[in-house]
Ligand binder design. Structure first.
Ligand code: ATP
Ligand code: MG
Length: 251
């Protein structure tokens, strides 16, 4: 899989939201884009998901320009987005039903992906009976179940409190290490970007564009230790300083 985002521009009315946004990813990459609120992060993911059109520039997957949404891109939204009237298993099965997979296969894959996210026991629970973290794990299972070649995550843990957020980060990192998924994570949280991604792009606002890219290069065998290590704290400081320089009025 190769995703190429080339010189992307997006306008809403007369406001330019994204201008000259360029980056590319290959299979197995874990990439993060960090930017402040309103910099255009969700807009980038919506364009890559094919839910919206750029005014110029190009997005291609494996050499073909994007034509619209497709099962090759699995998306987890910023706000909880499970169907409230479907239970966890039915939510996970939703995309597979759209793909017209056979019922027996849907059942098998649903059980498998609920297990992957540690929620086998919650299969028959409705979203309102699940915590925020559990709901986002169901959303991740739903995105994975259609076998996408890239997982697009829009601040998936942004609404969770710190402790749960950290355990969800541990969960996502282990999932990526185990499966070799390709992940594009959007976040405003510098620490989250460094804990999870191999490379971090920093966005400037007005218009949104990537102005700096960092290779993370940290040992991620033990995240609790990592978060306290000098190497991590130094990188975090340097990334935070870059963001502060970009948005002096906001920080
Ligand atoms: N459908 C739309 N119509 C008009 N303006 C929009 C639309 N969607 C987004 N915008 C504007 O585009 C800008 C970027 O929005 P976007 O949601 O991409 O930011 P974000 O970086 O994801 O912010 P946050 O961190 O708060 O989620 C904002 O100024 C927003 O008001
Ligand atoms: Mg957003």
């Amino acid at each position: 899989m190769e995703l190429i985002v080339n010189n992307l521009c997006k306008r809403f009315g007369d406001k330019t939201i994204l201008d000259g946004l360029t980056f590319s990813m290959k299979s197995g990459d874990f990439r993060a884009i960090v930017g402040s609120s309103g910099s255009g992060k969700s807009t980038i993911l919506r364009l890559i998901a094919g839910l919206d059109q750029p005014c110029s520039g190009m997005i291609s997957v494996d050499g073909s320009p994007l034509k619209g949404p497709g099962p090759d891109r699995g998306m987890v939204f910023q706000k909880y987005s499970l169907y409230p009237w479907l239970n966890a298993a039915e939510n996970v099965g939703f995309g597979m039903r759209l793909q017209r997979m056979k019922p027996a296969q849907i059942k098998e894959r649903t059980a498998y992906f609920l297990e992957v996210v540690g929620l086998s026991d919650a299969a028959t629970k409705l979203p309102r009976e699940l915590s925020g973290g559990m709901q986002q794990r169901v959303a991740i299972a739903r995105a994975l179940a259609t076998n996408p070649s890239i997982l697009l995550l829009d601040e998936p843990f942004g609404a969770l409190d710190l402790q749960i957020r950290e355990s969800m980060q541990d969960f996502l990192l282990k999932l990526w290490q185990r499966t070799g998924l390709t992940v594009l994570l959007i976040t405003h949280d510098v620490e989250e970007a460094l804990v999870l991604a191999q490379q971090v792009h920093v966005m400037a606002s007005n218009p949104g564009r990537i102005i700096r890219s960092f290779d993370v290069e940290l040992d991620k065998t033990d995240l609790d230790q990592l978060r306290l290590s000098n190497a991590f704290l130094t990188k975090r400081r340097s990334l935070s300083t870059t963001m502060r320089e970009l948005e002096p009025a906001l920080c």
